[in-house]
Design a protein around this ligand. Structure first.
Ligand code: NAD
Length: 459
């Protein structure tokens, strides 16, 4: 009950603060980003420990894809914000002269940010950076399934930012639903496609705009014209990073039949090199987040298991696994795998592959391994996906200069770098007219004026 009162008060408290204009001030925004950077740096070890406790995330992965990613995004925002906030001049038709026109970015107001458990720190903090840079207040709801990280985010935020500016609400689906009953000016959601639909339906009741960063099955097409060793190494790295629990992990491999056996040998070699004879003992291999996800993923271990397949429920461990001879009808091809299981579908004709991909929901990521420019171009132009990475995986996510987001079932909107600023801004178009030269042609009575109007509108 207490939390209910608290939650229903939050947006109005923040809106009051927003109306003071404090958060719109550019120096204030920069100072808040600097504070955020400072406290994240001070909590580096705590962040890494929390991620270890939640996911057994290796320190290297926690540093690269959570801690340093956030610092990089803050630095990028601080460096560019003065350019981003500038009003942009626009041209104006002759008939409206004398006048000037400009487009001014303004903050939306109070944002709600809801995050998932797989990169539980980064996927809350990165959108928050965008909300701050654009001058908004924010309520954030981390995932209940990464409790150590969720508590740490609460500690970091509540000790360093006033509640009326940024506040954290911890809790499960019920808390999330309570939050969704309130009116926000933007909802930024990262999570599954199924929940995304619920978020959008709730937002529609208040006409609240949404950014939906969702999931799905990301295909990885492997042609014959490749460096096989490097291809296998990059795919094995990207698939087993965070134990396969990445929204843009290569979900299934579509491989040219002629090179499949050689590719599988190389994947096996890479797994051995990365994690040793028994990946369970490797400090560099994460665990499945919880029993529910573990059981779901363990049920997918059927068919022609060529590599791995070992599980340990007590330790939430699934070894790096490769399942061969998968068909489109198999269970594993029906939903996002989100576990360290790579399914292999072989192809003979690339046109059939493209046709099939185009029948499925649009993926968040699509990967092409090929040295053949025509092959690359064909897939690029004949398929649609949130992003593409050619001859590697995940790398499209790591750069602040590229907007990151899905299309169709994999999401709505995007963020990272300038795109985060845009996401939490409204671009207000402003025309500023002068009082002199008030052309009478625009006013009724219109008799005899149309032919002149037609001429003037050509300019
Ligand atoms: P999820 O949709 O179950 O939960 C995400 C958040 O939504 C959590 O905070 C949860 O409390 C809340 N939530 C869940 N059900 C809700 C409901 N009915 N009403 C209101 N709130 C609800 O997702 P998850 O299991 O935490 O994350 C895994 C999914 O997220 C995968 O599909 C993955 O692909 C996707 N993902 C996408 C991205 C991306 O950037 N596109 C990044 C990471 C994860």
């Amino acid at each position: 009950m207490l939390s209910q009162i608290f939650i229903s008060d939050l947006p109005s408290k923040q809106r009051q603060y927003f109306r003071t204009g404090t958060t719109k001030n550019i120096d204030y925004r920069i100072a808040q980003l600097q504070t955020l950077k400072q406290v994240v740096i001070e909590h580096e070890s705590a962040i890494i420990e929390a991620l270890k406790a939640d996911l057994n995330k290796p320190e290297f992965e926690a540093y690269a894809s959570e801690f340093s990613f956030v610092i990089k995004e803050i630095n990028y925002a601080i460096k560019n914000i003065k350019n981003w906030v500038k009003a942009k001049k626009a041209s104006i038709p002759f008939i409206l002269l004398p006048a000037s026109a400009q487009i001014i970015p303004e903050p939306l107001g109070v944002a709600l940010i809801i995050g998932p458990w797989n990169y539980p720190f980064q996927l809350i903090l990165t959108p928050l950076i965008g909300a701050i840079a654009s001058g908004n207040c924010a309520v954030i709801k981390p995932s209940e399934f990464a409790p150590h990280t969720s508590h740490l985010i609460t500690e970091i935020i509540s000790k360093n930012f006033p509640q009326e500016y940024i506040s954290v609400v911890e809790g499960d689906v019920e808390i999330s639903k309570q939050l969704l009953q309130e009116k926000f000016d933007h909802i930024f959601f990262t999570g599954s496609t199924a929940t995304g639909k619920i978020i959008m339906a709730a937002a529609a009741k208040n006409l609240t705009p949404v950014t939906l960063e969702l999931g799905g099955k990301s295909p990885c097409i492997v042609d014959k014209e490749i460096n096989l060793e490097v291809t296998a190494r990059r795919i094995a790295w990207g698939k087993f990073y965070n134990a396969g629990q990445s929204c843009i992990a290569p979900d299934y491999i579509l491989i040219n039949k002629d090179i499949k056996e050689e590719f599988l040998k190389n994947i096996e070699k890479c797994i051995q090199e990365f994690y040793g004879d028994n990946p369970k003992n490797s400090p560099d291999y994460a665990r499945i987040i919880n029993q529910r996800q573990f059981s779901r993923a363990a049920n997918l271990l059927q068919g022609d298991i060529r590599i791995g397949g070992e599980i340990n429920a007590d330790e939430l461990y699934i070894s790096p696994t490769v399942i061969d001879n998968v068909t489109w009808e198999d269970t594993i091809m029906q939903d996002e795998i989100f576990a360290p299981i790579l399914s292999i579908v072989e192809y003979i004709d690339i046109n059939e592959v493209i046709d099939k991909i185009n029948l499925l929901p649009k993926p968040l990521a699509l990967y092409i391994f090929s040295n053949n420019k025509k092959f690359q171009q064909k897939i690029l132009s004949e398929t649609s996906s949130g992003g593409v990475c050619i001859n590697d995986v995940l790398k499209q996510w790591f750069t602040s200069t590229l907007a990151f987001g899905g299309v169709g079932d994999s999401g709505i909107g995007s963020y990272h770098g300038k795109a985060s600023f845009d996401t939490f801004s409204h671009y207000k178009s402003v025309v500023n007219r002068k009082f002199f030269l008030d052309a009478s042609i625009l006013y009724a009575p219109y008799a005899g004026k149309l032919s002149l109007l037609k001429k003037l509108l050509r300019w």
